[in-house]
Design a protein around this ligand. Structure first.
Ligand code: PEP
Ligand code: MN
Length: 338
C-alpha cells in the first residue's frame, strides 16, 4: 500500500501517519517528489484499514499496489524518475550515452578512448576494472589500478565514470572512484551486493540477468530502492534464447517499452552484449532508442581486434563516432536530444 499525503500536509501529520503504520509492524519508505509526500509500506505488518487511514489528518489518498515490485512501480511514482550525475540528467529528455572499453587495459587505451568518445558526444565513460569472466583463465581486469585510470580519464575529459562492482566487500572502494556502480548480469540476483549498493547511496546501473524475467529485474531493483537509493537505471543487455548460432545473446527490444510502462526508472539499452557482433551493434542501438530507451551503453575500443575482452562486439572509435551521428537523427525522430 502507498499513502499519498496532501501537498499541504504538515510534518506533524506525516509523522502521525508513519507512527500509526509502524505501530502495526510495517516499515515505511518516504518519498518527497514533486512537493508531495508519499509513504510506501513494506514488510508484513498487521492489516490496515484504508478507510481509517484515509480519515487521518493530512492524508489525501491510499492505494493498494498489486504488483510484486512496489517502490519501482508506476503506481508508486507515476512520473519518470530523473537524476543528475555530473552535468548529465538521466531519465529526462536527453539520452545518456555511456561509451568505453569492456575492460580498462592501459592508461593509453583508456585515455585515447575517453577523449574520442567525448568528442563524438558520449556523456559517460565506461570501463571494467573488475571483470566477471566466464573463464577464470581469462583477463580478470586491472582492479584498483583500473579504477585509478578511470578517475584520471574523468579528470581529463569531465565524463562521469560507470564501472562494475562484483562483490559487496568492494563496494566502498569502487564507490570512491566511480560515479555509477554497475551491477553485471551475472550478479543481478546477488542480494548481498544489491543491499550493499543500495546502502552506498550512489547511482546504480543494474543489468538484466541473462535468464531473468522483467519481474526478476524489477524485484532486484527493489532491493536497491528499499535502502532509499532511488538512483537506479535498468539495463537490457540481451537474454539467452534457443537461437545462439549467429549472435551472443538475443537483445529483447520488447523489454524497453514494457519496462517504461511498468516502472518510473530510466532504462538503458546495451546492444553490445545484446547482439555481441560488432557490425550489428549500430542497428540494435538505434532500435533501442526507437523503442524508448533513455540511453545506450556501447563498448568502444581503439583496437577491438586486440581487446582483452569483448573485442568482437566493440566498435572502433570511428564506428562509434558514426553511430553517434545516427543516434542524433534517431533521437530527434523520437523527440529526444543527445
Ligand atoms: C560488461 O558490461 O562488460 C558486462 C560484463 O556486461 P554483462 O554483465 O551485461 O555481461
Ligand atoms: Mn563487456
Amino acid at each position: 500500500m502507498i499513502i499519498i499525503m496532501h501537498p499541504e500536509a504538515t510534518p506533524y501529520e506525516i509523522d502521525n501517519v508513519v507512527a500509526e503504520v509502524e505501530a502495526k509492524g510495517w516499515q515505511t519508505h518516504i518519498s518527497r517528489d514533486s512537493g508531495q509526500t508519499i509513504i510506501g509500506l513494506q514488510g508484513n505488518g498487521q492489516p490496515i484499514d484504508p478507510f481509517f487511514l484515509g480519515q487521518m489528518p493530512g492524508v489525501e489518498d491510499t492505494m493498494a499496489i498489486t504488483q510484486k515490485f512496489k517502490l519501482g512501480s508506476r503506481a508508486f511514482r507515476p512520473e519518470d524518475t530523473t537524476f543528475t550525475i555530473g552535468e548529465v540528467t538521466v531519465g529526462g529528455q536527453q539520452l545518456a550515452v555511456i561509451a568505453g572499453p569492456c575492460s580498462v587495459e592501459s592508461r593509453e587505451q583508456l585515455l585515447e578512448t575517453a577523449h574520442a568518445v567525448k568528442e563524438a558526444g558520449a556523456t559517460f565513460l565506461r570501463g571494467g576494472a573488475y571483470k566477471p569472466r566466464t573463464s577464470p583463465y581469462s583477463f580478470q581486469g586491472l582492479g584498483e589500478k583500473g579504477l585509478e585510470l578511470l578517475a584520471e580519464a574523468r579528470e581529463a575529459t569531465g565524463l562521469p565514470v560507470v564501472t562494475e562492482v562484483m562483490s559487496p566487500t568492494k563496494v566502498a572502494l569502487v564507490a570512491v572512484y566511480a560515479d555509477v556502480l554497475q551491477i553485471g548480469a551475472r550478479n543481478m540476483q546477488n542480494y548481498d551486493l544489491l543491499n550493499a549498493v543500495g546502502r552506498a547511496q550512489k547511482p546504480v546501473l543494474l543489468k538484466r540477468g541473462m535468464s531473468a524475467t522483467l519481474e526478476d529485474l524489477l524485484m532486484a531493483a527493489e532491493y536497491i530502492l528499499s535502502h532509499g537509493n532511488n538512483q537506479v537505471m535498468l539495463c537490457e543487455r540481451g537474454i539467452r534464447t534457443f537461437d545462439n548460432k549467429y549472435t551472443r545473446n538475443t537483445f529483447d527490444v520488447n523489454a524497453i517499452p514494457l519496462l517504461k510502462e511498468l516502472t518510473h526508472l530510466p532504462v538503458i539499452a546495451d546492444p553490445s552484449h545484446g547482439v555481441g557482433v560488432r557490425r550489428h551493434v549500430p542497428p540494435v542501438a538505434l532500435a533501442g532508442i526507437a523503442a524508448g530507451a533513455d540511453g545506450l551503453i556501447i563498448e568502444t575500443h581503439p583496437d577491438p581486434d586486440h581487446a582483452a575482452s569483448d573485442g568482437a562486439q566493440s566498435l572502433t572509435l570511428e564506428q562509434f563516432a558514426r553511430l553517434m551521428e545516427q543516434v542524433r537523427a534517431m533521437a530527434q525522430a523520437v523527440d529526444r536530444t543527445v
